[in-house]
Design a protein around this ligand. Structure first.
Ligand SMILES: Nc1ncnc2c1ncn2[C@@H]1O[C@H](COP(=O)(O)OP(=O)(O)OP(=O)(O)O)[C@@H](O)[C@H]1O
Ligand SMILES: [Mg+2]
Length: 221
């Protein structure tokens, strides 16, 4: 398992947010997270991204303990809730600013990524003039632009039109084929089943169910 959670719990001001979560995720697979509002999906993604530390238990990524051997996963792309882009910059310029931190993606990569999410790289409109769906598309672009080992997408199809949803399906298939480990939280169960190889069900901060859909093995005897 490339990402492993070992008895991870998180309390915030004594309220249990995540409880005793032990689970493993492999590269080249798409995992879906399903659960009601407040069940802990976003918090679980935040813990895996190193954005919050567990109160107890460990998150291991490639064998290294998050928060001990490293502060953040080395190769990760994340779309969690409202990404903070700069209102006065274009989509391409926003991606360039973010990409300059790691220096992994060049201008051509960024332009290609914008095209993959259905945004025009030469669009001169600034982010503040983007529609909700365009903002969501840019958030997805930022998560995938560096071809990370791990991709975490929290409600990626929110605000997307049919073409946007199709783009997300294609992107997940491509990133999976590239070998990325992908975890997606999504309220639309039909869509989640289409996107995922396995689904984990969450309730009150606990993992309460696991279903393997395993499309890859469908044509095996
Ligand atoms: N910053 C915070 N401080 C304290 N509690 C929080 C904080 N953010 C979230 N919570 C609590 O953590 C729990 C899990 O929230 P989380 O956002 O992970 O749910 P979710 O499954 O993503 O829900 P949704 O479907 O609405 O996105 C909820 O009880 C929520 O109230
Ligand atoms: Mg959430």
């Amino acid at each position: 398992m490339y990402v492993e959670l070992n008895d991870v719990s998180k309390q915030i001001r004594r309220s249990p947010i995540l409880s005793h979560i032990s689970v493993g995720f492999e590269k080249g697979r798409v995992y879906g997270l399903k659960g009601k509002n407040g069940s802990g999906k976003t918090m679980l993604l935040r813990v895996i991204a190193g954005l919050i530390l567990p109160s107890s238990g460990q998150v291991r990524i490639g064998g290294k303990i998050l928060g001990k051997d490293m502060s953040f996963p080395e190769s990760i792309g994340v779309l969690i809730e409202n990404p903070s882009f700069i209102g006065g910059e274009t989509g391409l310029s926003n991606l360039s600013i973010l990409a300059s931190i790691q220096g992994k993606a060049g201008k051509k990569d960024l332009e290609e990524t914008l095209e993959r999410v259905g945004l025009d790289p030469s669009d001169k409109r600034t982010y503040r003039k983007y529609s909700l769906g365009m903002k969501q598309r840019l958030g997805i672009a930022a998560a995938i632009m560096e071809k990370p080992d791990i991709i975490l997408l929290d409600e990626p199809i929110n605000a997307l039109d049919d073409k946007g949803v199709e783009a997300v399906r294609a992107i997940l298939a491509e990133e999976k084929a590239r070998g990325a480990l992908i975890i997606v939280a999504c309220h639309d169960e039909a869509e989640l089943r289409l996107l995922s190889d396995e689904i984990f069900y969450m309730q009150d901060g606990e993992l309460t169910g696991h279903e393997i859909l395993d499309k890859d093995r469908e044509d095996e005897p």
